[in-house]
Design a protein around this ligand. Structure first.
Ligand SMILES: Cc1cc2nc3c(=O)[nH]c(=O)nc-3n(C[C@H](O)[C@H](O)[C@H](O)COP(=O)(O)OP(=O)(O)OC[C@H]3O[C@@H](n4cnc5c(N)ncnc54)[C@H](O)[C@@H]3O)c2cc1C
Length: 376
């Protein structure tokens, strides 16, 4: 592509900002516009469920810096994509022409309450996090629906704030991704910290208007001061309806972030990647960064693009920092390379095809973990 061509990026967050930075770094000099529908300047989401929920931490600085002055930010929603005319339509009705477009509109929190019903809290945006932090300060009791990473981080915040918390899921905490070994350990730690863990294989429904509790499959009900749903996310592809782009549980891209249209790329939580084994969606921070980098390489036809996935993520569970490098889900028990689970351990899972390394409450530099995961 000509380095002076105009590029429009939809979504002013991690994937969009990374794409813009990388385009400039690789030499793109043409007009570059980011369209974002939030009122806040771009920010990072991982601190929302960690530092921002922790009233002992000063402020809630999560800003994602865009150092390049030549980038135009348009604070509006992207409302449609006309691929014949090559323009992006904004909520205001204005249009932005482009030579290349990047879709980086991320995902939204999945809600369980019907539209219009109040009282259900979710955690996806800075405003959600500030609301939840305020509510944690006054609540006596909370129910968290969903015992994945986000749900267990919210549970951790409840424990820190001395809010009596019940977490409900269809299976034990973190089992789907971390497997039975670490799930068992997390459950023990949570129970020892006073967390009530309840399972409902059919999934609970919300009750009350405003929402103030849950109903289990057997008809019993539970109420609490605070109800937080952490039941996954939904890719923000609705605005692409009618564009002709392939959507299948996310905007479909290939290993070079190409969509079904040659002038449109996708990156971050909005995408699902076509791989040899099928469509794979991994909505984690490192993948949003990586796919922004790959998109910039692909658009500029710059050599040396990295792989479309960077299998690294971290979380913070009941005061324990966890870093994971490698494939998920995990099955069976690990080899313990160093330490003990109680005091901090370095763990390894090996299959014939991959190695996954977990630093569980043990400080180890990321390059060291990556090297261990890459070792034969
Ligand atoms: C609370 C929380 C904690 C997390 N913690 C971790 C963690 O510890 N480790 C980890 O690896 N990952 C974590 N993640 C995941 C990580 O933050 C995401 O993978 C990352 O934010 C994805 O970036 P993105 O730019 O693709 O999408 P998003 O961050 O979702 O950003 C998309 C942006 O596009 C905007 N947008 C949507 N539709 C439109 C439209 N039509 N027009 C214009 N703009 C639009 C959205 O408002 C948003 O600003 C966490 C996520 C959350 C919510």
């Amino acid at each position: 592509m000509n380095e002076d061509h105009s590029i429009v990026i939809a979504g002013e967050s991690l994937a969009g900002v990374t794409t813009a930075r990388e385009l400039r770094r690789l030499g793109h000099r043409g007009p570059l516009t980011i369209v974002g529908d939030e009122t806040h300047p771009a920010y990072n989401r991982p601190p929302l469920s960690k530092q921002v929920l922790d009233r002992a931490q000063p402020g809630d600085a999560t800003r994602l810096q865009l150092t390049d002055d030549g980038i135009t930010i348009v604070r509006d929603g992207a409302a449609g994509l006309d691929l014949d005319r090559k323009h992006l339509r904004l909520g205001s009705g204005a249009t932005l022409p482009f030579d290349k477009a990047v879709i980086a509109t991320g995902a939204s929190a999945r809600r369980l309450a019907p539209p219009g019903r109040t009282g259900e809290n979710v955690l996806r945006t800075l405003d959600d996090a500030r609301t939840l932090r305020d509510r944690l300060a006054t609540a006596q009791s909370a129910i968290v629906i969903g015992a994945g990473f986000l749900g267990m981080e919210v549970v951790s915040a409840c424990v820190r704030e001395r809010v009596k918390v019940t977490v409900i899921d269809v299976e034990p905490p973190l089992r789907r991704l971390l497997g039975p070994f670490l799930s068992g350990h997390v459950s023990e730690r949570a129970t020892a910290a006073g967390v009530e863990i309840l399972l409902d294989p059919g999934g609970v429904t919300l009750i009350g208007d405003p929402v103030n509790g849950v109903r289990f499959g057997d008809g019993t009900e539970r109420t609490a001061d605070l109800i937080v749903t952490c039941a996954g996310d939904i890719p923000n592809t609705g605005w692409l309806t009618g564009s002709g782009l392939e959507i299948a549980g996310g905007l479909v891209i290939d290993a070079h972030t190409r969509t079904s249209h040659p002038d449109v790329h996708g990156a971050g939580d909005v995408v699902t990647v076509r791989t040899a084994t099928g469509l794979v969606r991994r909505p984690f921070w490192a993948n949003a960064v990586r796919q922004g980098q790959v998109a910039a390489h692909a658009i500029l036809q710059h050599p040396g693009a990295p792989a479309v996935f960077d299998d690294y993520f971290w979380t913070d569970l009941l005061g324990t920092a966890v870093k994971v490098v490698g494939d998920l889900p995990l099955h069976g028990p690990p080899e313990i390379l160093d330490g003990t689970l109680a005091d901090g351990a370095l763990l390894r899972w090996r299959t014939p095809h991959s190695t996954t390394i977990v630093a569980w409450g043990l400080k180890r530099p990321l390059p060291r973990l990556r090297a261990l995961a890459a070792a034969p």
